[in-house]
Each structure stands twice: as structure tokens, then as C-alpha cells.
Design a binder for this molecule. Structure first.
Ligand SMILES: [Zn+2]
Length: 289
């Protein structure tokens, strides 16, 4: 019996030596916490699940679990909707209403963070081969607020559409007027509405989350065809403000795209994956080639 034990011991020692030689022995017990690079994963802010960033991008920034349409930057939107090779236009219009304290700093910071010059980015390009002018608002740029340059760019986009006989597609996304510009900002509602009024070609608005305030109360809701992304928040004043004013509880789905579609305010809700195809179809139906 003792022999058997000794033999076993010897075998174990041999095994240990071999492991040592191969550098496999004594695994370090201390656990090193490795940080997952922050740009590798993203969290859905609707269902809370983690998604590999690459998968999310491949899925057009729509959560594969719950279908939540994440907000896009202006460039992400342009890349999704337009054919490659589009041109950014109407850039670098000078901002002249900078008197409000810290406004210029905020504007500079937003420019640095987004790489855009304003809360709306305009582009000339093609949707599956059909030439269009597109304006995309960026909620990451001072909450997509409408200042004087925003209004000027949108106005010029519609004027360019008239001149070149091209349709205009606006992707709206805004917190409303830019308070730093006071009444000048409010004036953009009249100015952009007037530009839409003078526009003779097809105007399609795609309301994305969130389209509120002065933008929803002007050019966003004056289109020939009004589309929206699923569950997009569309409204003028916030729900709580209205509830406090009218002293009534509003339904849960109030100010969602689905609610507005039911009330006849929208023409259709389009999934992001179908948007480019749907826009192309609408353009062809209106004889744009
Ligand atoms: Zn989700």
C-alpha cells in the first residue's frame, strides 16, 4: 500500500515538474480586472441591455432586443440615408447674435464635440440615385436648438431646392428655440415657415426623437409628407407643463409618433431600416428621377 502512495507521489512530482517546465504551474491567483473599452459596448436606454457597438451600428443604431431607435448624430443620419459621395453644403454662415453671456463658449464647445458647424447640417446628395437636398438636425448640438444660423441654413436649403428644382427632406430633432438668441431665435419660426411656403417642390419631413418647441411649431409640421420614426417624441410644450396647466392627466402615449399617427397628424411611421427605400419610393411617385 505504501508503495502505491509513493508511486503516486512520484507521478505527481513528475507532473508538477513538467508543468513548471512548460510554465503552466501556479497560476497567478490575483485577479486583474480588465476594463472593457468603453467604445466596445453600448447600453440601450430603453430596455437597459448591453449591445456590442459593432452590432448596433450594423443594425442602424436600433436596439436588436427592443427595437428602440437610438438618436443619431447628423453624420450618422446622412451616412444611413444618402448614397456615398454626398456633399455638405451651406456651411460656415457667420453667427452674429453672440451677446448672451457664455453663448460663444457653448457654441464653440458644441462645434468641437460634434464636428458640425450648427444644429442643422445640410447636404446635397442622392437617395438610391435620385438627387435630393437634405437637412439633418443634431440633438447633440445644443439640444438641436434653432438659432439664427439654423434658420438661415434651412431657409437657404429650400431656396436652393427651388432654384435647382430639387426635393427637400428634413430630418427634424430639436428641443426648440435657442434661448440664448431670445426673440431672434423665435423669428426663425416665421422665417423657415415662409421658406416652406415659397417652396415649389416636394418637401418630406421625417420627425425623429425629439421634435419639440419652435421646430415642431414651424417647418417640421408644414411638409407635404410627414413621416416619423417609431416612438419619436413629437410635441410643443412638455407633457408635465401641459398637465399642470390644464390640470388633467394625459395618456401615457401622449406626444409619441404612434399617438400622432392615430390622430391624423402624421402620414406614416417608418422603421429606420425601411427609411431609405420608402423615401426613394415617395420621390419616384412624385416624378423625381
Ligand atoms: Zn433595447
Amino acid at each position: 500500500m505504501q508503495n502505491a502512495f509513493d508511486k503516486r507521489k512520484e507521478e505527481l512530482k513528475e507532473f508538477d515538474d513538467a508543468m513548471e517546465k512548460l510554465n503552466l504551474k501556479k497560476r497567478d491567483k490575483t485577479i486583474v480586472v480588465k476594463q472593457v473599452p468603453s467604445d466596445l459596448m453600448d447600453k440601450c436606454n430603453k430596455c437597459g441591455r448591453f449591445i456590442v457597438k459593432e452590432d448596433l451600428i450594423a443594425n442602424l443604431m436600433v436596439c436588436p432586443y427592443c427595437g428602440h431607435h437610438k438618436r443619431l448624430s447628423a453624420k450618422e443620419r446622412l451616412n444611413q440615408v444618402l448614397d456615398p459621395g454626398y456633399e455638405i453644403i451651406l456651411n460656415n454662415i457667420e453667427e452674429k447674435h453672440l451677446d448672451f453671456p457664455d453663448y460663444k463658449d457653448k457654441l464653440d464647445k458644441a462645434r468641437e464635440e460634434t464636428g458640425d458647424d450648427e444644429s442643422v447640417v445640410c447636404a446635397s446628395g442622392m437617395i438610391d440615385g435620385i438627387k435630393v437636398l437634405v437637412g439633418v438636425m443634431n440633438s447633440y448640438f445644443m439640444m438641436g436648438s434653432m438659432g439664427s444660423v439654423t434658420g438661415e441654413k434651412i431657409t437657404r436649403l429650400f431656396e436652393l431646392g427651388n432654384e435647382k428644382k430639387l426635393p427637400v427632406i428634413m430630418f427634424t430633432c430639436s428641443g426648440g428655440a435657442r434661448m440664448q438668441e431670445g426673440v431672434i431665435s423665435l423669428m426663425q419660426m416665421a422665417k423657415t415657415s415662409e421658406a416652406v411656403g415659397r417652396f415649389n417642390e416636394l418637401y418630406i419631413a421625417v420627425l425623429t426623437d425629439p421634435t419639440t418647441g419652435g421646430v415642431s411649431a414651424s417647418f417640421a409640421t408644414l411638409a407635404d409628407i410627414t413621416l416619423a420614426e417609431p416612438k419619436a417624441l413629437v410635441g410643443f410644450a412638455g407633457k408635465r407643463v401641459i398637465e399642470r396647466t390644464i390640470k388633467e392627466t394625459l395618456p401615457d402615449e401622449f406626444q409619441t409618433a404612434e399617438f400622432l399617427l392615430e390622430k391624423g397628424f402624421l402620414d406614416a411611421i417608418v422603421l429606420r431600416k425601411d427609411l431609405k427605400k420608402k423615401l426613394n419610393l415617395l420621390l419616384r411617385l412624385h416624378n423625381y428621377r
